[in-house]
Design a protein around this ligand. Structure first.
Ligand code: FES
Ligand code: FES
Length: 162
């Protein structure tokens, strides 16, 4: 067995240390070592986006990232999106717009949408569809998801201007 390494990182704003083998992915470590099962596993090969997390604010497929690669960087998972004050506008909007059914794709979609809104707080429909193109959903048909992201962008924009 390969020698395990200690990785020091920050997940959802908190310092975290974990042991991993060099071949282990970030997805495996999140789910199996850190019990953070909000990040979903779909394809395990970078096609479905279910495992999307943010690394330094950018959306990545955690099944394609080695756990060792997150040494010293900021990782955000779906567990860090809501605050003690309540759900994030994206989470509220997904509920209000009924943008989920089985929910397997939802954490990844919310993370991809969050990365988009960090970069572009007022995206067009085309920009939203482009940003979410790597996230597959087998249930909703996408229109409700796009409406939810538009609604969250509006909520966020309204909050910023009020
Ligand atoms: S599980 Fe990572 S992209 Fe599908
Ligand atoms: S809600 Fe089921 S895959 Fe998207």
């Amino acid at each position: 067995m390969a020698t395990k390494r200690v990785v020091s990182t920050r997940i959802n704003g908190r310092p975290v240390e974990f042991l991993c083998e060099p071949r282990q992915t970030l997805l495996e470590v999140l789910r199996e070592s850190l019990d953070m099962i909000g990040t979903k596993e779909g394809c395990s090969n970078g096609n479905c986006g279910a495992c999307t997390v943010l690394v330094e604010g950018k959306a990545v497929d955690s099944c394609l990232v080695l756990a060792m690669e997150v040494e010293g960087v900021d990782v955000e998972t779906i567990e860090g999106v809501a605050t003690p004050e309540g759900l994030h506008p994206l989470q509220q909007a997904f509920l209000q717009e009924a943008a989920l059914q089985c929910g397997i794709c939802t954490p990844g979609l919310i993370m991809s949408a969050k990365a988009l809104l960090i970069q572009n707080p007022d995206p067009t429909e085309e920009e939203i569809r482009f940003a979410l193109a790597g996230n597959l959903c087998r249930c909703t048909g996408y229109d409700k998801i796009v409406r939810a992201v538009q609604s969250a962008a509006k909520m966020t924009g309204d909050a910023a201007t009020n």
